[in-house]
Design a binder for this molecule. Structure first.
Ligand SMILES: C[S@@+](CC[C@H](N)C(=O)[O-])C[C@H]1O[C@@H](n2cnc3c(N)ncnc32)[C@H](O)[C@@H]1O
Length: 252
């Protein structure tokens, strides 16, 4: 399974950042998370798993730095090409090409482990292995786990599934709560963050999906489908996205 994702994300790496270019509030998740990560100490070890081109962790790093929390950052990803893009943008984050199921760390050494839009890629039995591995490396008593994942049934996801003709497999809030509890990870905070993707024209929407391998048939058809999921304003087209955010801690 991981091998398929490796190829897919290697191929996708060159255009991956165009998603964030359309995002209306780029640092919204970091701003919400920051309030729940103030007990990390002055020099925490922060590991971002499925870090990709690094956008999410770079946003959090900037906010922590601004507030005098420095830290050591490690980005883990199965795709070496995604990591290459990260290194061009940020030289302070150490990168390691590895599978989230086997983290190259000793036990009890990470102060904060983040999964931004990556945990849903570990499915079925891999999911339990991944969370157990996370729990192993988190520092006993103080280690924080952050999960940010796509909320099922947001307008953007419904639109994507409609255009693709196939439902993407995502994780429900309830599923995540049960899994975290079963591994003795205490949930400190959970919320839903609403954001939006903004496009100036219909052609920009078409290009966005076609770059991601989703063929959009003809323009009239796209407009008809978009009207079900997007808001049309004088400035352009807005498609709402929703993220599930969790902060959990590893108890002694
Ligand atoms: C949707 S991207 C998210 C990237 C980044 N976290 C962000 O917020 O933009 C998912 C990332 O998870 C990585 N990934 C998929 N399966 C993985 C695995 N088994 N181990 C490590 N990384 C994995 C992919 O290569 C990809 O870079």
């Amino acid at each position: 399974m991981s091998k398929d994702f490796k190829k897919w994300f290697d191929d996708y790496s060159a255009i991956y950042d165009s998603f964030d270019e359309h995002l209306e509030h780029k640092d919204k998740n970091s701003e919400i998370l920051f309030n729940h990560l103030q007990n990390l100490g002055q020099n925490p070890v922060i590991c971002d798993v499925g870090t990709g081109t690094g956008n999410s962790i770079i946003s959090l790093q900037k906010l922590l730095n601004k507030n005098m929390i420095r830290g050591e950052y490690v980005g883990i990803d199965i795709s070496s090409k995604m990591l290459k893009h990260l290194r061009v943008k940020n030289k302070e984050i150490h990168t390691i090409c590895a599978d989230m199921k086997y983290l190259p760390f000793i036990s009890d050494c990470i102060d904060c482990q983040t999964f931004y839009f990556s945990i849903h890629l570990a499915r079925n039995e891999d999911f339990d292995v991944t969370l157990r591995e996370t729990s192993r490396v988190l520092r006993n008593g103080v280690g924080k786990l952050v999960i940010v994942t796509i909320k099922p049934n947001s307008p953007f996801n419904k639109l994507r599934d409609h255009l693709k003709g196939k439902k993407r497999s995502l994780l429900s809030e309830q599923f995540l709560i049960e899994k975290l509890k079963s591994l003795d990870l205490q949930i400190d905070f959970t919320t839903i963050v609403t954001n939006a993707l903004f496009f100036e024209t219909i052609n920009d929407v078409i290009t966005f999906f076609e770059e991601r391998g989703i063929s959009t048939k003809n323009r009239d058809e796209v407009v008809k489908i978009l009207k079900q999921y997007a808001s049309f304003t004088e400035e352009g087209i807005e498609i709402a996205i929703k993220d599930l955010v969790f902060v959990a801690s590893k108890q002694l």
